[in-house]
Ligand binder design. Structure first.
Ligand code: SF4
Length: 307
């Protein structure tokens, strides 16, 4: 078995920065109470480790007492959250990713130009809530079929932005539909570069690997996007969120396994998956083919990845 690792494994720059900042704050001022709205990563070990260092996870600002410091996460916040923080007199540290800040800026510009703001993204996702919360009103679309003349009735000028982790090709398909129903469309491609790099790498390696393992949580939008991209190319694609799960999947003993991860998957989880796969390879058994089929679209071994 040959294991090829994605070059873009584990945290994206935005998530890594927030985690490092949080760890630093907790270490520097252990006497202060730090609060985070929701979990920064969908991984209980990371969250438990932060909690052990003093981080408190809350769901609303009402739960934060006077004197508490709120850490605003990388995926950004609606404007009303800053107003609420001020109204409650709460101190905060803003760890919004610069690339999400740019999306906020673009959608505010769109509104200021008198265009109808349109967000291509997953309604209800925290990042999308933060983007929509920059303007008075926005239309959110996730599928081409959601772009109907009824939903866009009366919209003559639109400005479109995209959730940072959306699948690029899907965004283009939705944009084409928006152009069909709105005469004047300004488009800002705001899928972030780290996401594009990760998605393109998965696309390339999935074509030549015998099997693909995507590591991350089903609750993570960017992980699910990677899984869907890989699965559409190679049916032998598996999504796992714990090292133990790798034992249950059937990977070809003498083939190439490509490993990718979501932007909020911790490194140690990935390395434990690799360790288990290597242990399996070391006790090689007669060839087993992947139960899902190889779906191999090209020959040869993946190149450019670390093995
Ligand atoms: S996915 Fe991109 S925009 Fe979002 S936090 Fe990570 S680097 Fe920033």
């Amino acid at each position: 078995m040959k294991i090829v690792l994605s070059e873009t494994l584990s945290y994206c720059v935005g998530v890594r920065t927030t985690l490092e900042l949080t760890e630093r704050l907790l270490g520097e001022s252990p006497g202060r109470a730090y609060y985070m709205l929701g979990e920064i990563v969908h991984n209980e070990h990371v969250i438990e480790a932060l909690k052990a260092k003093g981080l408190r996870i809350v769901q609303t600002l009402e739960e934060v007492p006077a004197g508490g410091v709120v850490i605003l996460q990388s995926h950004g916040s609606p404007l009303r959250r800053y107003r609420e923080l001020d109204a409650r007199g709460l101190e905060y540290v803003d760890a919004t990713c610069p690339m999400v800040r740019n999306i906020h800026k673009k959608i505010r510009e769109v509104e200021a130009e008198g265009r109808t703001p349109v967000v291509i993204g997953q309604i209800g996702h925290e990042e999308v809530q933060g983007i929509v919360g920059q303007v008075g009103r926005a239309i959110v679309v996730r599928e081409p079929d959601e772009v109907t003349p009824e939903r866009f009735r009366g919209v003559l000028r639109a400005g479109v932005v995209v959730q940072s982790t959306f699948i690029e090709a899907d965004a283009r398909r939705i944009l084409a539909r928006v152009r069909q129903v709105v005469p004047d469309v300004l488009f800002h491609d705001t899928v972030c570069q780290p996401t594009k790099t990760r998605q393109r790498e998965v696309e390339v390696h999935t074509r030549t690997a015998d099997c693909v393992i995507v590591i991350g949580s089903r609750r993570s939008a960017n992980t699910m996007h990677l899984y869907h991209i890989a699965r559409a190319i190679n049916p032998c694609t598996h999504l796992i969120d714990s090292p133990e799960s790798v034992e249950a999947i059937d990977v070809p003993d003498d083939g190439t396994v490509f490993i990718a991860s979501g932007a909020s998957t911790p490194e140690d989880l990935i390395f434990e998956v690799v360790r288990r796969l290597e242990a399996r390879a070391a006790r090689l058994t007669p060839h087993r083919s992947c139960a899902a089929g190889t779906g191999k679209a090209g020959g040869g071994s993946p190149s450019g990845g670390r093995t």
